[in-house]
Design a protein around this ligand. Structure first.
Ligand code: GLC
Length: 457
């Protein structure tokens, strides 16, 4: 297990010494805008607790709290060979996992395929056809010439789905910028299995699961203290185990009240009614210009897909609309392209090791054709920190809320996703916030032991 104790971020005080007054004032304004203080964080996590409960009630709420029919944790004694398909925003991953007799052990073969950008807004047939093609390639590559029975497949479908059974799922709505007609409101399994059957691929879908549920279950396979699975990536969400007796909306099914079932929270929809989150003018633009305005309010303030966009919107505003006029006299047409900066752009700025922010300077020049002056670079760095820190601190409210709801004093949280894995400052801020008595106490582990893929040359 990887234990990550909270470590304070290095202080960068002093680097603002030669900053012109108006820029300093602008930085102060941005600090006020993007800083969420501990009183507010506490209020947010308290409200979050009641919204989690509302999602489980018969009336329902903004947070869907989807029952996944994944009943309880694995024991570690499971055996067999299974396929897993993960349809992410950037890549499609196919894995073959072998669970041997030894408790908690596993071997994995993995192949990655690019998820073409056009697919996200194309047709449903193109989407299912492409995925089936990738699975076919995987089978042909790794099982050439073998006579196979139907291989069982777990499909990680990382979007909100209503499930009456573990191998069905009606897409509630697309999130994370996907916008494919004719899929919402329908079971995604039949068209997917048809595409496989058309190609004669020997695979049987046995489970449709969310990435957060997958993280929770996979992490608990090797850690019996695992309580929550979280994704901090293109999107942001969590899953945890709830007792059937504490889920009023399942009351009519007369399930054993002590039986546990994984709940996919879909917490990205927290505060869609805008009661508590401190949205800025930039958050409002991100929402308005998205394919689904009014949805995923929380996710749009914290997830990787939106962090670079928020940062970009502030910079364009500072160039065009304020007294400060950063990048004065320069052509900022590259910066004006929506979604041209991803979250790694921000983490690279935060990780620039040079006092004079040379790497940030070069990045702006090469990627955006903008020459930054030293004070502008300082502002840029501070803005990247503010947006990343806000994301981590708000995310911590969700983790704390689940812990509070369940009465966990300590808990292991399995975390995955590009923002968590590639953004060191995000991890630190998240941990610092969770471990303050204000929002709760838990231990965060990044505990999915992924063995190196065995790829044939
Ligand atoms: C979005 C999806 C959710 C997923 C999360 C992380 O919030 O709606 O299902 O778990 O992104 O990928």
């Amino acid at each position: 297990m990887v234990g990550l104790g909270p470590r304070r971020q290095p202080s960068r005080k002093g680097s603002m010494a030669d900053m012109p007054r108006d820029l300093l004032q602008e930085i102060k304004r941005l600090e006020d805008l993007f800083t969420v203080d501990t009183t507010k964080l506490k209020a947010i996590s308290d409200h979050f607790v009641s919204e989690l409960a509302k999602g489980l009630s018969k009336e329902g709420g903004s947070i869907p709290m989807n029952p996944t029919w994944c009943m309880g944790f694995p024991t570690g004694h499971e055996t067999g060979t299974f396929l897993a398909l993960d349809m992410g925003g950037t890549n499609l991953r196919v894995c073959e996992i072998r669970l041997p007799e030894e408790v908690g052990e596993f071997d994995i073969i993995q192949s990655k395929y690019r998820m073409p950008e056009e697919l996200k807004t194309g047709t449903a047939d193109e989407l299912w056809g492409y995925i089936a093609d990738c699975l076919q390639q995987f089978i042909e590559y790794h099982h050439e010439g073998e006579k196979l029975d139907q291989l069982p497949l777990g499909f990680t479908f990382s979007y909100p789905a209503t499930q009456d059974y573990i191998d069905h799922g009606v897409l509630q709505r697309w999130t994370k910028g996907f916008d494919i007609d004719g899929v919402e409101g329908k079971d995604v399994v039949p068209p997917f299995t048809e595409a496989l059957a058309e190609r004669g691929v020997p695979i049987k879908l046995t489970a449709l699961i969310n990435d957060t549920t997958g993280t929770l279950i996979a992490s608990s396979y090797t850690d019996s203290e695992m309580r929550i699975g979280c994704i901090f990536g293109t999107g942001c969400n969590a899953a945890y185990m709830e007792h059937c007796g504490d889920i009023p909306k399942l009351e009519h099914m007369k399930l054993d009240p002590k039986q546990e079932i994984a709940i996919n929270c879909e917490w990205g929809a927290f505060d869609n009614e805008h009661k508590i989150l401190p949205r800025t003018q930039y958050d409002i633009i991100v929402d308005k210009d998205s394919p689904r305005p009014g949805q995923q309010a929380f996710e749009k303030m914290i997830a990787g897909l939106y962090l670079g966009e928020l940062f970009r919107l502030v910079l364009v505003d500072l160039h065009e609309n304020t007294n400060v006029k950063i990048f004065e006299g320069q052509d900022i047409s590259s910066l004006k392209k929506a979604y041209s900066l991803d979250a790694s752009f921000l983490s690279d700025i935060e990780n620039d090791p040079f006092e004079n922010l040379q790497e940030t300077h070069d990045k702006f020049h090469s990627q955006l054709k903008i020459q930054c002056k030293k004070p502008e670079l300082e502002l840029i760095r501070r803005l990247a920190e503010l947006i990343g820190t806000r994301s981590a601190r708000l995310s911590a409210c969700g983790v704390a809320a689940i812990c509070k709801k369940k009465g966990y004093k300590t808990a292991h949280v399995g975390a995955d996703g590009s923002v968590f894995n590639k953004y060191p400052h995000f991890k630190v801020s998240l941990l610092l916030t969770i471990s303050t008595p204000v929002v709760g106490a838990s231990t965060l582990t990044n505990d999915v032991h992924c063995r190196p893929a065995v790829h044939k040359p």
